[in-house]
Design a binder for this molecule. Structure first.
Ligand code: ADP
Ligand code: MG
Length: 184
């Protein structure tokens, strides 16, 4: 049975809109999967927590898929997409052409070497919660038992996140039209 999956993406070097757009295109082409929604693009100041992403502001967003791909294969696929878009594996914490993270995989809770779902830092990151709240504010975090809207209302992260303006045109039409529709 297909699961609803949310994937976070971010880019902070080069032509960021193009990297995000190409990542979305590749995600829309995955086998056994259907693209259900794409958030608007958000511009985010770089946060230095565990990493040093450089000076460039990020573009961030979230994609919603329905997929039969298993969590582990999906992670491998996302890493292939990151590599194909030029992500430097030798300096993973540095500036990134594209970063793809599995945020949620249905209601599944997974803690394996190299794969933690829900993504362990998503609830601390405003730049994830804003697009997540846009796509599905009522989505419940399976371990914290709070909705995306509640997590966003309570997040302590005060870093600046605002909608990119103007939004680029997209081959997916107006982005909100990609949101899941009842009964589809
Ligand atoms: P981050 O996205 O946290 O800034 P990286 O993209 O460099 O950091 O990811 C580091 C590692 O995180 C990857 O090698 C991957 O195995 C692991 N990882 C664990 N859980 C997840 C997840 N849910 N989605 C993506 N990567 C994950
Ligand atoms: Mg990542």
């Amino acid at each position: 049975m297909a699961e609803t999956v949310f994937i976070g993406f971010g880019s902070n070097v080069g032509d960021r809109v193009d990297f995000c757009d190409r990542a979305m295109t590749l995600l829309s082409l995955l086998p056994h999967s259907r693209l259900k929604g794409v958030s608007l693009l958000y511009e985010t100041e770089p946060v230095r927590d565990r990493t040093d992403p450089g000076e460039g502001w990020f573009l961030n967003g979230v994609v919603q898929l329905e997929t039969d791909i298993t969590p582990r294969s999906l992670l491998t696929t996302l890493q292939e997409i990151e590599r194909s878009l030029g992500r430097d594996d030798d300096n993973r914490s540095g500036p990134r052409t594209i970063d793809l993270d599995i945020l949620f995989y249905g209601e599944q809770v997974i803690k394996e070497p190299g794969l933690t779902i829900p993504h362990p830092r998503l609830h601390q990151r405003r730049f994830v919660l804003m697009p997540m709240n846009e796509l599905d504010p009522l989505w419940i975090h399976p371990t914290l038992k709070q909705s995306a809207a509640q997590l966003l209302a309570e997040v302590e992260d005060q870093s600046q996140v605002h909608l990119l303006f103007p939004q680029p045109s997209t081959r997916y039409g107006s982005r909100p039209a990609c949101s899941s529709q009842p009964g589809t």
